[in-house]
Each structure stands twice: as C-alpha cells, then as structure tokens.
Write a protein that binds this ligand. Sequence first.
Ligand code: FCX
Length: 434
Amino acid sequence: MDPLKAKFKEKAAALAAEVKSMLKEHGEKVIDQVTLSQAYGGMRDIKSMIWETSLLDAQEGIRFRGYSIPELSEKLPKGRGKEPLPEGLFWLMLTDEIPTEEETLWLTNEWEKRRNVPSHVYAAIDALPKETHAMTMFTVGIMALQTESIFAKRYEEGMPKSEYWDVTYEDSMNLIANLPPVAAYIYRRKFKDGQRIEPNTRLDWASNFAHMLGYDDADFKNLMRLYMTIHADHEGGNASAHTTHLVGSTLSDPYLSFAAAMNALAGPLHGLANQEVIKWIFEMVDNLGTTQPTDEQIVEYVKKTLSEGRVVPGYGHAVLRQPDPRFTAQKVFAEQYCQNDDIVKIVWQIFNTVPPILQSLGKIKNPWPNVDAHSGALLVHYGMKEYGFYTVLFGVSRALGVLAAQCWSRALGFPLERPKSLTTELVKEMLANT
Ligand code: FCX
C-alpha cells in the first residue's frame, strides 16, 4: 500500500471508531436550531454536515486542518519554488499531518505516474464547438474520464462497503492527476489554436499545469502553486463542496460527484465570479478610457453598476464578515511580484473604495472582497487575459479539497444525504398551531 493511503487508512480507522462511540453516547445532543428565515434563506449557518478537511470562521477566514493561509505558507513544503506546493495541502487534508519534503515529492511523482488521459476524453471535448464555455468543456472532460472509475467498476462487481474508502482514494488520486492536462487542453484548444504542449515530467503538479497551459515564467509557476493551494477548500457548505458531498452520498463515484460540483462552481454567485470580476474591470477601463482611473471615477462606476441592479463581483460572502484571507494572500503576492501593474492597482483601488459604498446600502452583510476579487488581475499580469477560462483554474484546485473530503466521507461511512423539505402550506399550518 502506498504511504499516503496507509497513513489515511490508519487515521480513518481511528476516527471512525471514535465517531462511533461518540454517537453512541451523545447522538441525541442538539447542536443547532433552525429558524424559518434559514429554511427560506439558503440554509445559512445551519450546522448539519461533517467536513473534516477545513473549517471557515466568519472573522478569521479559512483554516485547513487548523492552519491559516499564512501558517500554511510558512509550514508547507515549497519544493523548488517560493510558494507552498498543493501536493502538501492535499496530504495535510487527507492525513491531518504536514508532510515532509520527501512525502510531498513522493506525491508529485505519484500524480505524475497516474497521469494518463484516454484519447476519448479529448475527442469528447473536441465534439463541442469552440465557443462552448470552458467550464462546460471541463465538465464534459471529467464525465468522459469517468470510464476510468475504479469505484464504479468495483461496485458493479459487488465490492463490500468496507472497500469504498479505498477505491474512492484511488479514483481521487487518478482524477487529480488527470485534471491539469484536461484543463490545459481546453485552454489551448479554445484560445491557442489547439496547439498542445506536452507535460514536463520533472515539474511539480502546479508548475507542470502552468507549463501545459503555455506559461513557463518562474513567477507564474509560483502563482499557480499559490492559486492551487488557496482555492482548494472552503469547508463543506459552499455550493461546489456541498454538491460533491450530496452527489457522493448516493455512491456516485468521485468523477460523477466532482463533475456535478463543477456545474455548481460554474454559477456567477460562486466560482464564475472570478471571470465576472475581470470582465467588469475591463468594461470599466473601456468605459472610462483609461487604465489609471481615479478613485472618484471608480466610485461612480460602482454606483452605476449597482443602479443597474447588478452585483459588484468579487465582493460579499455568505459566511465571511472580513476581507477574505485568500484575497490578502494574493495581494501579498502582487505586492512582491507586480505592484506597478495597472489592473492590480485598480483591484487595490476597488478594495479601498467599494466596501463603504456597499456598507452604505444597509443590506449587504459583508462588504469585503472575497477570493475572486484579486485572482484575475494576477493572471492578466502574466498574460492570461482569457477570463472565460478562469473558473476552470478554480475548479482544478477545488478538486483537492472536495476529493480529500470525499475520501473521508466514504471512510467514515456517511449515509445518503436526505434533509427534510417543507411546503409553504405546511409552514402556514405550523405557524397557525404555535
Ligand atoms: N454587490 C451588490 N449587492 C450585493 C453584493 C455585491 N457584491 N453582495 C450581496 N449583495 C446583495 C444581495 O444580492 C442581497 O440583495 P437582495 O436582498 O436585494 O436580494 C443583499 O445584498 C444581501 O445579501 P447577503 O446576505 O449579504 O449575501 P448572500 O449571502 O445572499 O450572498 C454572495 C453572498 C457571495 C452570493 C453575494 O455577496 C454576491 O452576489 N457577491 C457577488 C458575487 C461573488 O463575488 N461571488 C463569489 C463568492 C465566493 F467567494 C465564491 O464562491 O467564489
């Protein structure tokens, strides 16, 4: 058994036993109550799901296995680069242990060994017109990869429940290994006349992805390592994570669950916001006729957006109530690598001007930037201006968190998810009887 799987098996067996006895003793303990507003209002804040890999605090932001993003920057192995390697984060999420440099390198090589995209996956993508959105191509590519699912094969053969975690791990590892070439294929097909770039087997997972996309600048590779790390997970209730969890609970394999998650990520209130941000900034620049607008011009543009009944993309959050530490991590990166870039400067001007405007509306719970407010400006700086692809980058990263979490869900034997719904008629009856 490989070292990561062996460690996961050991940790999962111990936690499964602990959870079993905890539920035996405390199973009836009430951990939350649900209000009518929450039932109608997107189920905000209801504690109703277990997600081991990360936890979100409204004030502090995300922690992966207890580590904040600045702590991860310090503690995760960096290989030959300057930013944490996403391989290390995946190891941490799966085992609750920060890996050594050697363990991280092992995982780089393991994903490299598992990279093997069948030709029908590319043929399925090729069957779509080039104008198809990159996220649609991505989901189709993932669905085509599902032919490789070991979970599905073994389930058909009658595998016992005790093996679910094992094949979920195998599928997750294979899927993660194959996402960068599929995503890069889509980028090159859509935006670079289909000129593919062969992988470089000596590179780590994120920098090989950068290479296949066509970006060999060392700083862009550092950006990809950072990007793939910070977008990976945001606890269990966000739409892409929750979709993976829900679909996986039916014992759909990791390919099917992850493809479903990508359809959730493709919505403008979730992952598509990263393309919307830069599109909106480009429109602003075009509209104002300058790449160096004044704060006053930005304020006017924001007010115009709001008056048209549109949201300011990249701002607000369902849980966070402070600037997103993922935004801050990207700002720190930009301060180091590209502080004189015009679009980066606009992102910072927006950060200074937008929160008071949103606050003054009186209805927005969080006027601060989220992860999507900064990512596009960094990509544009390195020449990746095709914002219709940005959500795919988010998706490749998101695989790390949601698939690590799916391994845990199967190891802990989580059942089919099936919450209770009500009709307004029944709600009215309930109110009349109280
Ligand atoms: N601009 C304008 N209005 C906004 C706003 C924004 N950035 N954010 C929230 N509002 C509005 C809502 O539309 C809602 O208006 P309504 O009462 O007229 O329907 C009101 O403020 C209250 O919303 P609030 O409770 O603060 O926010 P929600 O939890 O309902 O929604 C999201 C959270 C993220 C969906 C919302 O802030 C938004 O639309 N932001 C812009 C899109 C975005 O950046 N999404 C990415 C989020 C995230 F980081 C990710 O998943 O990637």
